[in-house]
Design a protein around this ligand. Structure first.
Ligand SMILES: *[C@@H]1O[C@H](CO)[C@@H](O)[C@H](O)[C@H]1NC(C)=O
Length: 149
């Protein structure tokens, strides 16, 4: 009995953890708006939502290894070679942050870093997936059903 109860609580705990990695699309829209990304450098919330989807499928803790040995972190898949330090390979660390910070559920560090990236030359084109899948396309449906405060 004891073991069974323990197992059940362990399983439900694991389920909670894996769920926590994904953020709901409209919840993400709300955070992005609160952090003033709507219209930031000329990009709308729908651009940011499309970017987050094509980069991470809204997985806050996504990590991906690249062929050059660098890693991409978080909902916007921010690269360790240029933007954050993960102590695995050389980094310019332009955002002055540890890559692990870009995986935090409150999203503040990753948004701060994304603002820095999009403020530079090329804007959102720094994300190849945004250029391919989001740029110049109708994006308004990303906000469908979202009611922002
Ligand atoms: C989110 O990304 C992490 C790290 O890449 C991965 O282990 C996890 O399975 C992903 N979660 C979901 C729900 O896709």
């Amino acid at each position: 009995m004891m073991t069974r109860a323990l197992l059940i609580s362990l399983v439900s705990c694991l389920v909670t953890i894996s769920k926590a990695r994904l953020i709901n699309r409209c919840d993400l829209a709300k955070v992005l708006q609160q952090e003033d990304l709507d219209g930031f450098e000329g990009y709308s919330l729908t651009d940011w939502l499309c970017l987050a989807f094509v980069e991470s499928k809204f997985n806050i803790s996504k990590i991906n290894e690249n062929a050059d040995g660098s890693f991409d972190y978080g909902i916007f898949q921010i690269n360790s070679h240029y933007w954050c330090n993960d102590y695995r390979s050389h980094s310019e660390n332009i955002c002055r942050t540890e890559c692990q910070e870009l995986l935090r559920p409150n999203l503040l560090s990753t948004i701060h870093c994304a603002k820095k990236i999009v403020s530079g030359a090329g804007g959102m084109k720094n994300w190849v997936a945004w250029r391919i899948h989001c740029s110049g396309r109708p994006l308004s449906y990303w906000m469908t059903g979202c009611r922002l405060g």
